[in-house]
Design a protein around this ligand. Structure first.
Ligand code: DP6
Length: 328
């Protein structure tokens, strides 16, 4: 296999889980404890270019115009080792990433980041992987990245080993007027990474077995709500699933939370808007930012309400987005 003679660029979008992945069966391979389901988002994405070069003695990683120190690029370099092994190449790589996502603020930049890296690095190493293979490879970087290979509504089948744990598209171009209003409530790095947080939940939360049972039902319900185009069922189930995940953080030992005061207020505002007759629901990942699932037609009104409270720059409206693209 020959390495590419020029940088290869891949673009992958983030996704927001409606049924969350929270807990691993295998830490090394990143095999989850439950199936999850997400929407890929149009507005937030990572663009990564990779070139393997015989002249390099170390991998060089530049992230939003900043060269990463060895410690900061460890996960990326380990990931590149996996790609080298798969492709049978030994050259080190030059990696340049631009993140169009508020990093580590719960808008899932590791999902788009590792999906884009999987696409660019595998092609640059001379591999031509199918989307399923790409999804398996992206999973080795970060679990949620496995779903960012596809657009629209995407499921991640838990599986039991590397070959059986991958994402598949449920509805790549949904003909459905759905929008996500994302509230940026904190931009700093989170204190407890999702990796640490989910491990703590698996090991210490007495509610973890209940999470497995309910997430199975939630997965089936959300999947059905998509095929039936039942917006309220989709929104309600997603909101419940997110809160069940966050109950695992509160019931871990030591307990912790990703909520801040603004997150609690934003969730209350969503409940108030619902009482006023608007069909909208919230979800949150491993950070304080709240994402509101609504109909596209209602998005401007909902965004205006939140802009008044949190400032115009902290409210972003996005629609379902596309899957990965790789440019030679
Ligand atoms: C709350 O994919 O960031 O966003 O596999 O350890 O890298 P690692 O975790 P990560 O976890 C995402 C957790 C979540 C839910 C989800 O996206 O399904």
């Amino acid at each position: 296999m020959a390495i590419a003679s020029h940088p290869i660029t891949a673009k992958a979008h983030t996704n927001i889980a409606l049924v969350k992945y929270w807990g691993k069966l295998d830490q090394q391979l990143i095999i989850p404890q439950n199936d999850s389901l997400s929407i890929t988002l149009d507005e937030f994405y990572s663009e990564t270019s990779v070139q393997f070069l015989p002249s390099l003695t170390n991998d060089e990683v530049t992230f939003d115009q900043q060269r990463l120190a060895d410690q900061a690029s460890l996960k990326i370099r380990r990931f590149l080792d996996g790609v080298r092994q798969l492709a049978g190449v030994s050259e080190r790589a030059k990696v340049v990433t631009h993140n169009h996502v508020p990093t580590s603020a719960g808008l899932a930049s590791s999902a788009s980041g590792f999906a884009a890296l999987a696409g660019a690095a595998s092609r640059a190493a001379g591999l031509k992987l199918s989307r399923r293979e790409l999804s398996r490879l992206a999973r080795r970087g970060s679990g949620s990245a496995t779903r960012s290979i596809y657009g629209g509504f995407v499921a991640w089948q838990q599986g039991h080993d590397d070959a059986t744990s991958f994402a598949y598209p449920i509805d790549e171009n949904p003909d459905w007027d759905i929008a996500i209003v994302a509230l940026v409530l904190a931009k700093q790095q989170k204190k407890i990474s999702s990796r640490q947080g989910m491990r703590l939940a698996v090991e210490t939360s007495p509610f973890y077995p209940a999470w497995i049972t309910t997430s199975k039902t939630d997965f089936a319900t959300v999947k059905r709500s998509i095929s039936d185009r039942n917006f309220d069922l989709l929104g309600h189930t997603s909101e419940q699933n997110a809160m069940r995940m966050h109950a695992l953080t509160l019931s871990s030992d030591p307990s912790f939370t990703y909520f801040n005061a603004d997150s609690l207020q934003a969730m209350d505002m969503v409940r108030d808007l619902r009482l006023q007759g608007l069909h909208c629901y919230f979800t949150m990942d491993a950070g304080p930012n709240v994402k509101i699932i609504c109909r596209g037609v209602d998005a401007p009104r909902i965004a205006t309400a939140f802009q008044k409270r949190f400032g115009p720059d902290n409210v972003l409206v996005t629609r379902p987005g596309a899957g990965i693209t790789i440019t030679e």
